[in-house]
Design a protein around this ligand. Structure first.
Ligand code: PLP
Length: 396
């Protein structure tokens, strides 16, 4: 196949294709075993059994008990339930929440809503230029009123991995619950909740080859949590609503598949990522890697290119058959520079030039080489048309 007709998908942080083995596991629960797991007759028992098995599979991978697993409708819902659920349930104890400026909007806007409308106090600790939180800053921010800390495991725009285990140790000593949004990490990093020292952890199926519209919230036993969605007693009274059995089965199967070759696949992806990063930085002048140079997701490469507009780069890449992103998919379409990049101290104009390339299961070294074959030329042509490149001396 010639390069021109090839489609290269490099936006796995936005979503992934559903693995055919996942589809296969799901199909019986659409076609045959469609009972409501809460019904009492034997036919519904198949759905109940699938729910129990899926919960056990997920719990085994997270290193927790099945009753600590809550299935949700997506990663956003898991984040909402963790933050609002703990904040509401702990209102008598305190009203202070700590978070970071690089969280996904699912965490960020939930925390801000609690502060703006419900009288909670919010501390947003800074990150360094690599997007890394300093655990000491978290320790300094904790007060007697602090009930929750929410720090993401790995950032969706720049891939930086946060020092969760250290933060968790601090939180535990001070009797504060720690939530982590592990949506980007679920498919590739260790998600054992004890090693991570977390009390709540969010996952989303569509980031690791399960369908969109299913998520997980791990809730450590003893963590106070009020449901944010009320109704029936499903999911241990923590998330009302009839469980979406086919999707839950799919999520569990996908997590199992990711877990089976977690280390080898992470190594393979990291090698591709490093080839991509070295190739881009070597071939394109005034290109900068964003995020941490080493503590980053194995599949994530993100850059800024002085003097161009990230959206224009995406359009040109699209014409070349390459799907990429300028940051988080949920934020694209907004002309605002990314809140993650600006929190890292990147000036807004440079932040608007960002490009995120996220690798996945089907990518090969050939894909990386094909991208390296077109990207430098795209950047060169866009710069030739740009009044911002080279940067005017007054702003340099
Ligand atoms: N958290 C992070 C870090 C994400 O990257 C995303 C999705 O991009 C979400 C939460 C939201 O997950 P979902 O799309 O399942 O609602």
């Amino acid at each position: 196949m010639s390069n021109k007709s090839r489609f290269i998908y490099l936006d796995h942080a936005a979503t992934t294709a559903v693995d055919p083995r996942v589809v296969e596991a799901m199909l019986p629960y659409f076609e045959h075993s469609y009972g409501n797991p809460s019904s009492v007759y034997r036919f519904a028992g198949q759905a109940q059994e699938a729910l129990n098995t899926s919960r056990r599979t997920v719990a085994d991978i997270l290193g927790c008990t099945p009753k600590e697993i809550v299935f949700t409708g997506c990663g956003t819902e898991s984040d909402n339930l963790a933050i609002r659920g703990v904040a509401w349930a702990s209102r008598e104890r305190g009203n202070h929440i700590i978070t970071t400026p690089i969280e996904h909007h699912a965490v960020e806007t939930t925390c801000h809503q609690l502060a703006e409308h419900w009288g909670y106090r919010l501390t947003v600790v800074p990150v360094d230029r690599h997007g890394m939180v300093d655990p000491d800053d978290i320790a300094q921010a904790i007060t007697d009123e602090t009930v929750l800390i929410s720090v993401m495991y790995a950032n969706n725009e720049v891939g930086t991995i946060e020092p969760l285990a250290e933060i968790g140790e601090i939180a535990r000593k001070r009797g504060v619950h720690l939530h982590t949004d592990a949506v980007q990490a679920g498919g590739s990093l260790d998600i054992n909740v004890d090693r991570l020292n977390v009390d709540l952890l969010s996952l989303s199926g569509h980031k690791f080859y399960a369908p969109k519209g299913v998520g997980v919230l791990y809730v450590r036993e003893g963590t106070p949590l009020l449901p944010i969605q009320t109704g029936g007693g499903q999911e241990g009274r923590r998330r009302a609503g009839t469980e979406n059995i086919p999707y839950i089965v799919g999520l569990a199967r996908a997590l199992e598949l990711a877990n089976d070759d977690r280390e080898s696949e992470a190594q393979r992806l990291a090698a591709l990522r490093d080839r991509l990063i070295a190739g881009v930085l070597g071939a394109i002048p005034d290109a900068f890697l964003t995020g941490h140079p080493t503590q980053r997701l194995p599949n994530s490469a993100s850059f800024c290119f002085q003097g161009i507009d990230g959206e224009a780069t995406l359009l040109q890449l699209d014409l070349a058959g390459i799907a990429a992103s300028s940051g988080s998919a949920c934020a694209s379409g907004e002309a605002e520079p990314s809140h993650v990049l600006t929190a890292m101290g990147i000036e807004p104009r440079l932040a608007l030039s960002s490009l995120r390339l996220t690798l996945g299961r089907e990518n090969t070294a050939q894909d990386v080489d094909d991208v390296l074959g077109v990207l430098p030329d795209i950047v060169r042509k866009l710069r030739a048309l740009s009044p911002l490149y080279p940067m005017p001396v007054s702003e340099a």
